[in-house]
Design a protein around this ligand. Structure first.
Ligand code: PEP
Ligand code: MN
Length: 337
C-alpha cells in the first residue's frame, strides 16, 4: 500500500500515521522525493480497508500497489534511483561502462586490461575471482588472490570494482575488496543470498536469471530492497530461448519494460547475452539506444588464452571502437558517457 503524504505534513502527524501503520502490522519504507514523500506500507493483508489510513491527518492519498513487487515499483518511487559509489553516480544521465575480463587470471592480465579500459572511459573494472562454471572441471577462479589483484589494478588506474559473490559465506570476504557486489544469473533466485545482501552496506548489481521473467527479476530485487539495501542496479544479460546462433537471446525490450515498471537503473551485458565478440558492439549500441543506464562488457588482450569466455571478450581495439560508437548514440539520445 502506498501512502502519499501532504506536502506540509507536521512531524506529529507523520508520527501518528507511522504508529497506526505499525499497529496494523505493516512494515514501513519511506521514500522522500523532490515532489512528495511517500510511505510504502508492506504487509500481507489483502482485504485491509485503506480508509483507516486515508482519514488520518497529513495523508493525501492511499493506493494499493498492484504489482507484486512493491519497493522496486514506480508507484512507490517515481523518480529514477540514483546512487553514488565513490565518485561514480549510477542511474544518472551519464551512461556508465563496466569492463574487464571474465575472470581474473593473473596480476599482469588484470593490470593490462585495467589500463586499456580506463584509457577509453570505463569507470568500473569487472573480473570474477569466484566463478560460477557449468562444469566443475573448468577454471573456478583465483579466489581471494584474484580479489587482491582486481582491487590493486582498479586502484592503480582509478577504477571502481564489481565482482561476483557466489554464496553467503563469501559476502564478508568480498566486501573487503569490492565496491559493488554482483549477483550472477545463476544466483538470481538464491533468496538467502539476496536477503543477506539486503543488509550488506554496498550496492548490488543483480543480473537477470537465465529463464527469469521481468517480474521474477524485479521480485528478486525486492528481496534486497525489503531487507534494507536501496542501492540495486539491474543487468540484462540475455535469456535462454530456442535460438542457438547466439549463446543467449538478448532481451533488449526488457530495458524499456523495466524502466516503465521500476525506478531502478538498468545495465546491459551484451557479452554474455550473445557470447560472440563480433556481436557485442552492435548489441551495446542497441542497448544504449533502448535506454540502458550502463553497459558491462568483457575485454581481454589475449582472449585465445583466456581461462573463461574468451570467444565473447572484446579485443582492446574493439573496446576503443565500441566506446567511440556508443558515444555517438549517447549524444543522439541526449545522454553523456
Ligand atoms: C559474469 O558476469 O561473470 C557472469 C558469470 O555472468 P552471468 O551471471 O550473467 O552468466
Ligand atoms: Mn563471463
Amino acid at each position: 500500500m502506498i501512502v502519499v503524504l501532504e506536502k506540509n505534513i507536521t512531524d506529529e502527524q507523520l508520527k501518528n500515521i507511522t504508529q497506526h501503520l505499525e499497529d496494523y502490522g505493516f512494515t514501513i519504507h519511506k521514500s522522500s522525493g523532490a515532489e512528495r514523500t511517500i510511505l510504502g506500507a508492506i504487509g500481507v493483508q489483502p482485504n485491509f480497508d485503506t480508509r483507516k489510513i486515508k482519514i488520518l491527518d497529513g495523508v493525501e492519498e492511499v493506493y494499493r500497489i498492484t504489482d507484486p513487487f512493491k519497493l522496486a515499483s514506480r508507484s512507490f518511487k517515481n523518480e529514477n534511483t540514483m546512487f553514488k559509489v565513490k565518485d561514480v553516480t549510477i542511474g544518472s544521465n551519464e551512461i556508465i561502462v563496466i569492463a574487464g575480463p571474465c575472470s581474473v587470471e593473473s596480476e599482469e592480465q588484470i593490470m593490462t586490461i585495467a589500463e586499456i579500459v580506463k584509457k577509453s572511459g570505463a569507470k568500473i573494472l569487472r573480473g570474477g575471482a569466484f566463478k560460477p562454471r557449468s562444469s566443475p572441471y573448468s577454471f573456478q577462479g583465483l579466489g581471494e588472490e584474484g580479489l587482491k589483484m582486481l582491487r590493486k589494478a582498479a586502484d592503480e588506474f582509478g577504477l571502481l570494482v564489481v565482482t561476483e559473490v557466489l554464496e553467503n559465506s563469501l559476502i564478508d570476504l568480498i566486501y573487503k575488496y569490492t565496491d559493488i557486489f554482483q549477483v550472477g544469473a545463476r544466483n538470481m533466485q538464491n533468496y538467502s543470498l539476496l536477503k543477506e545482501l539486503g543488509s550488506a552496506k554496498k550496492p548490488v548489481m543483480l543480473k537477470r536469471g537465465l529463464s527469469a521473467t521481468v517480474e521474477d527479476w524485479l521480485m528478486s530485487a525486492e528481496y534486497i530492497l525489503s531487507n534494507g539495501n536501496p542501492d540495486v542496479l539491474l543487468c540484462e544479460r540475455g535469456i535462454r530461448t530456442f535460438e542457438t546462433y547466439t549463446r543467449n537471446t538478448f532481451d533488449i525490450s526488457a530495458i524499456p519494460v523495466v524502466h516503465k515498471r521500476s525506478h531502478l537503473p538498468v545495465f546491459a551485458d551484451p557479452s554474455h547475452a550473445t557470447g560472440l565478440r563480433d556481436k557485442v558492439i552492435p548489441m551495446a549500441l542497441a542497448a544504449v539506444a533502448a535506454g540502458a543506464d550502463g553497459l558491462m562488457v568483457e575485454v581481454h588482450h589475449d582472449p585465445e588464452h583466456a581461462l573463461s569466455d574468451g570467444p565473447q571478450a572484446l579485443l582492446p581495439d574493439q573496446f576503443v571502437e565500441m566506446m567511440k560508437q556508443v558515444k555517438l548514440i549517447a549524444n543522439v539520445i541526449g545522454r553523456t558517457i
